[in-house]
Design a protein around this ligand. Sequence first.
Ligand code: ATP
Ligand code: MG
Length: 278
Amino acid sequence: PEMNVQAGWQALQEALAEGDAGLVRQALGELYPQELLDHWDELSREHRFTVLTLLPPEEAAEVFSHLEEDEQAELLKALPPWRVKELLGELSLDDLTDALQAVEEENPQQAEALLDQLDPETRAEVEELSEYEEDEAGGLMTPEYIALRDSMTVDEVFRFLRRAAPDAEQVYYLYVVDAANRLEGVVSLRDLIVADPKTKVREIMNPDVVRVRTDTDQEEVARLMADYNFTVLPVVDEEGVLSGIITIDDVVDVIQEEATEDIYRLGAVESPELVYSR
Ligand code: ATP
Ligand code: MG
């Protein structure tokens, strides 16, 4: 596989050098977003721009969400409007909020213009997420979770999932809430698959949910995930109402960021703003 990645990467560089959009698209088809990100530093600004314009929207969003905030802000300024609109549509709400906050820092007017392009519901959710501190659970979470009621049968859950799953951040852990949206249980997809279809969610859910609050420090979130080995944690407000979920990918970024801070704290090197990825 490593050979193929090398070949795919080489094909991309040749296509970029030739400036042939068709060949670039073809070469991009052979690479995963992660493989592009691994080599991102080797691409010139101009070629990065081309790649992000020619990638299919979903993959462009995947790559974009992993770039440094400064670069995200720059790209949102430079990319063609149709691509910006597609990116805004594909990004998950937490990544979208982070990107718009990066733009806001430099250019509030442009941030406002981008917010104007969002549908009213998305805009409201982004504005709500922007209220949370960046280094607390609220700043890491996304509201795109799937919530169940404990009276649902397993069969009903699966029917519901067919509709709800495409837009959810993840479907592996499903949270159970009461009428006031207070968190009262969790079931995994595995729990559901092995249960009889007529079983009620309340019979198989785990009512002892490990959770964090919107104001829990991000280091504590990372520690809990590592200790319990959960890839997702639910986030509740002071009333126990489910506000969002945090997925492991966002916590990996936190761990990297804290490690980088620690290295700089050792005093060997001066700490540039650039090292903080979010
Ligand atoms: P393991 O071998 O650790 O059980 P697994 O792959 O079998 O791993 P799952 O079956 O997906 O893991 O999940 C284990 C259990 O953890 C599930 O029953 C799920 O309901 C529960 N769980 C998931 N998230 C939480 C949470 N935040 N708090 C408490 N329990 C949770
Ligand atoms: Mg298990």
